[in-house]
Design a protein around this ligand. Sequence first.
Ligand SMILES: *Cc1c(COP(=O)(O)O)cnc(C)c1O
Length: 249
Amino acid sequence: MASTKNWSRSKRMIDPQREITPQQVADNYAEVLADVAEACRRADRDANDVTVVGVSKYVDTATTAMLVRAGCRDLGENRPQMLWKKADSGEIDSDVQWHLIGHLQRNKANRLLRRDVLIHSVDSRRVLDAIVEASADKPRPTRVMLELNVSGDLSKTGMEPSLIESILLTECEHPSPGVEIVGLMAMAGWGTDDAQSRRQFSRVREFRDLMQQRLGMALPELSMGMSGDFSSAIAEGATMVRIGSRLFS
Ligand SMILES: *Cc1c(COP(=O)(O)O)cnc(C)c1O
């Protein structure tokens, strides 16, 4: 646990000049999978219930492709432009699942959704509406998560619980065609220690449980946990962990 703490606290930067080898990426990925499996074991959960989303925002397309060759089938980007650039490069298997984990500008929704993208970071009603519009002609609904601001940290994105509740209520009464709300996403606040981030993840799960109960709506996915805090997120029920720096340094 002591070593994981340093990951989030040091906010270590990835040096883009430093070459990382395919072997290092593969070793990092294997270590992360082992740590995820261990966290699942401690939490008495099945490791198959937690998806590791490899966050490739720090690295170029060639390095992202190394991670895919190491076996990672889920890639996360925080900028839509970077996601479509990599997805359309021809260098990355076309059957990986892409995840958008950062803010979506509404004018980019159409272009982004030419491919199947799971959007974790819906942070307003207007963004959801733009996704609904861009999903109109799609054969399958676009899966999205609503981003909860759990830390109360103003520097963090995400919606207040009351706003999420009102969006879910509206979706329950008048479901938007073309989108499926599959769960919630959250980030622990900056500078939180392990105990604080775990309490925040716990609050996300409790809020999700409350919404399911109040609205009779299934919200199976919880996207929470990054390089520094994924073990406690898994202990609190995360089904997707978003891991970047540990894979590429
Ligand atoms: C960058 C990023 C991550 C990955 O963070 P690491 O600490 O590098 O693992 C996860 N989630 C979001 C929303 C991010 O922007």
